[in-house]
Design a protein around this ligand. Structure first.
Ligand code: AP5
Ligand code: MG
Length: 218
C-alpha cells in the first residue's frame, strides 16, 4: 500500500529542512507546494504570475490552484509508492480533498512539528535559501562554509521575499487561523504524531525517524 506522510507545522518549523532528510530515509519523494510555486515563479509560468501576490503578502494561494498543481505532481510515476508532503494540506478543504482522493488506497501519517511563535522570527530572518538547488541555510544555526554560497552546489544564497518581518507575522496569523485546525482533523482520525520542532535539527530528525518507523510497524 502507498504511504503518504504529511509534515505539518508553522512557517519556519523546519518542514523543508527535515523533509529533505526524511525523504531520503523513507525513500519517498519530497513534494513541497511552496517549492513548486517558487519554481513556477522562477520559470515565469502563468501559475507563477497568479500566485505571486498571495505569497508575497503572506496569504494562502486559493485552494483550487493548489489542488490542481499538487494532484498533477503526485500523479507522476515517482509517487506511485507514496510521497512526503511539505506545506500541504494547509486548509480544511485541502485536507478533505486529499482524503477523498486517497480513499483507502494509502496509509496516511501526519506529523506536527511544533515550534513556538517566538522562535519563528529568528529562524526566518536568518534563513538563506540557495537560488539554484533550494538548499536551506541559516546564518547562525546552519551557516554556509563559504559566505553567501550554498554548501551543496555553490549557488548563490538569497533571502525569500516572504521572510520580511511583517510578512512573517501575517503568515503566522494565517497559520493559526487556517492551518492549525488540521492538527485536530488528523488527531480525530488517529493519524497524528507530534514532534518537538524546537530541538536541534539533528534531534528533530531522530524524533521524526522514530515516529515514522513506529507508524510503519503499526
Ligand atoms: P512554504 O514554502 O510552504 O512556506 P511555510 O510553510 O511558510 O514554511 P517555510 O518554508 O517558511 O518554513 P519551513 O517549515 O519549511 O522551515 P525551514 O526548513 O525552511 O509556503 C510559502 C507560501 O506559498 C505560503 O505562504 C503560501 O502563500 C503558498 N503556499 C504554499 N503551500 C500552500 C498551500 N498548500 N495552500 C495555499 N498556499 C500555499 O527552516 C526555516 C529556517 O530555520 C531555516 O533557516 C533553517 O535552517 C532553520 N531551522 C530549521 N530547523 C531548525 C532547528 N531545528 N533549529 C534551528 N533552526 C532551524
Ligand atoms: Mg519550507
Amino acid at each position: 500500500m502507498a504511504r503518504v506522510v504529511i509534515l505539518l507545522g508553522p512557517p519556519g518549523a523546519g518542514k523543508g529542512t527535515q523533509a529533505v532528510r526524511l525523504s531520503r530515509e523513507l525513500g519517498l519523494p519530497h513534494v513541497s507546494t511552496g517549492d513548486l510555486f517558487r519554481e513556477n515563479r522562477a520559470q515565469g509560468t502563468p501559475l507563477g504570475a497568479r500566485v505571486q501576490e498571495f505569497m508575497d503578502s503572506g496569504r494562502l494561494v486559493p485552494d483550487d490552484l493548489v489542488l490542481d498543481m499538487l494532484f498533477d505532481r503526485v500523479s507522476r510515476p515517482d509517487c506511485t509508492g507514496g510521497y512526503l508532503l511539505d506545506g500541504f494540506p494547509r486548509t480544511l478543504p485541502q485536507a478533505d480533498a486529499l482524503e477523498r482522493r486517497l480513499g483507502t488506497a494509502a496509509k496516511v501519517q501526519a506529523i506536527n512539528l511544533a515550534v513556538a511563535d517566538t522562535a519563528i522570527v529568528d529562524r526566518l530572518s536568518g534563513r538563506r535559501t540557495c537560488e539554484k538547488c533550494g538548499n536551506i541555510h541559516h546564518v547562525k544555526t546552519a551557516p554556509p562554509k563559504s559566505a553567501g554560497r550554498c554548501d551543496k552546489c555553490g549557488g548563490e544564497l538569497a533571502q525569500r521575499t516572504d521572510d520580511a518581518p511583517a510578512t512573517v507575522q501575517k503568515r503566522l496569523a494565517v497559520y493559526h487561523e487556517q492551518t492549525e485546525p488540521l492538527e485536530q482533523f488528523y488527531r480525530s482520525r488517529g493519524l497524528l504524531d507530534e514532534v518537538d520542532g524546537g530541538l536541534s535539527p539533528d534531534a528533530v530528525f531522530q524524533a521524526l525517524k522514530q515516529v515514522a518507523s513506529r507508524r510503519r510497524a503499526s
